[in-house]
Design a protein around this ligand. Structure first.
Ligand SMILES: [Zn+2]
Length: 282
C-alpha cells in the first residue's frame, strides 16, 4: 500500500544528489575535465533493411507578388549590411570602440522605427538579423596586425673581427626567419578566413603616444618607459607600441573593408606599403 502511494507521487530529487544524477544522465559522472575524459564513440547508424532512399528536387517559381517580396528582402538585407558595416567602422575610426553583433541588432530596431527607414519593417526581422550576423562573422575580431620589421632597427651591429661578414649573416638569417613567419601567418589567415595586416616599417609605433597620437622623440632600446610630453600619460614602451600597431592595423583594415561589396570578403593580406593596389583590387 505504502509502496504504491510512493510511486504515484514521485518526489523531485534536489540538491547534491540531483546534481550527481544530472551529471550521470549527461554522461559526465565525475568532475574530470573534458580533455581528460575519453570520448564515447557514437554507434554507427545502421540502415534498416528494405529502406529506400529517394531524392526529390524542387524548383521554386515565385509569383509576381512573391518575386516582389523577395526583391524587397534582398534589398533590405543589403541596406542593413552596409549600414551595419558603416556603424562599426565609424565607431572604430571615431571613438575606438568595437561595436558587436548585439549593438547592431539594437541599431536595427531603431532603423525600423525611424520614419524614412520604416520599410525595413516589411521584411522578416530574422533575415535582417542574419545579415548582421554574417557581417559580424565576416568582419569581427579577425584581424592580425604585424609590423613590417626592418632589420636595421632590430639587429644591433655585430661586434669584433669579421664584423661585416657577421652582419651580412645576421641579415640573411633574419630575413629567412621573418619571411617564414610571415608565410605561416599568411597561410593560417587564409585557412581560417582572417586578415593579416602588415603595417609599414616607417610607422612610428614606438614614438607615437597611443593616447593622444603626438609623436615623441627617438627612444633608445634601453628606455622602457616614457611620459608623453603632450598629454602626460606614462607608457610602457612595448604596450604603447602594441596599441599603436593595433589601431593602425584596424584603421587600414577598415579602409579596405568599408569599400567592399557585402558579398566580398576582406583580402587575406593587407600590406600598408601596397595599400593602393589593395584598394584597387577590392
Ligand atoms: Zn600623449
Amino acid at each position: 500500500m505504502g509502496e504504491s502511494a510512493e510511486k504515484a507521487k514521485p518526489k523531485a530529487v534536489k540538491g547534491a544528489e540531483a546534481k550527481r544524477l544530472k551529471r550521470e544522465v549527461l554522461g559526465i559522472s565525475d568532475r574530470r575535465k573534458h580533455h581528460t575524459r575519453k570520448a564515447t564513440p557514437l554507434k554507427a547508424h545502421t540502415r534498416e533493411p528494405n529502406t529506400q532512399h529517394r531524392l526529390y528536387r524542387f524548383r521554386f517559381y515565385p509569383t509576381e507578388e512573391q518575386a516582389e517580396q523577395l526583391g524587397r528582402t534582398f534589398g533590405a538585407c543589403r541596406w542593413v549590411h552596409n549600414e551595419g558595416l558603416a556603424l562599426r567602422s565609424n565607431a572604430w575610426e571615431q571613438n575606438h570602440v568595437n561595436v558587436g553583433f548585439a549593438e547592431t541588432c539594437r541599431a536595427l530596431t531603431g532603423w525600423k522605427r525611424a520614419e524614412e527607414t520604416a520599410w525595413l519593417g516589411e521584411v522578416s526581422s530574422t533575415v535582417l538579423q542574419q545579415s548582421l550576423r554574417h557581417l559580424d562573422q565576416a568582419y569581427g575580431h579577425q584581424v592580425l596586425v604585424v609590423e613590417d620589421l626592418s632589420i636595421v632597427t632590430l639587429l644591433r651591429a655585430a661586434r669584433g673581427k669579421g664584423r661585416r661578414r657577421k652582419a651580412k649573416l645576421n641579415e640573411a638569417i633574419f630575413d629567412a626567419a621573418w619571411g617564414e613567419l610571415l608565410r605561416q601567418l599568411r597561410y593560417k589567415c587564409e585557412w581560417y578566413g582572417r586578415t593579416l595586416v602588415i603595417v609599414d616599417r616607417f610607422f612610428p609605433s614606438t614614438r607615437r603616444c597611443s593616447a593622444c597620437h603626438a609623436k615623441g622623440p627617438k627612444m633608445d632600446v634601453s628606455v622602457r618607459e616614457r611620459t608623453c610630453a603632450e598629454c602626460g600619460v606614462v607608457h610602457d614602451r612595448d604596450v604603447n607600441a602594441a596599441v599603436n600597431l593595433r589601431d593602425e592595423g584596424m584603421r587600414l583594415y577598415w579602409l579596405v573593408a568599408a569599400g567592399l561589396p557585402p558579398e566580398k570578403k576582406a583580402p587575406t593580406v593587407i600590406k600598408a606599403s601596397e595599400l593602393e593596389e589593395c584598394l584597387l583590387a577590392a
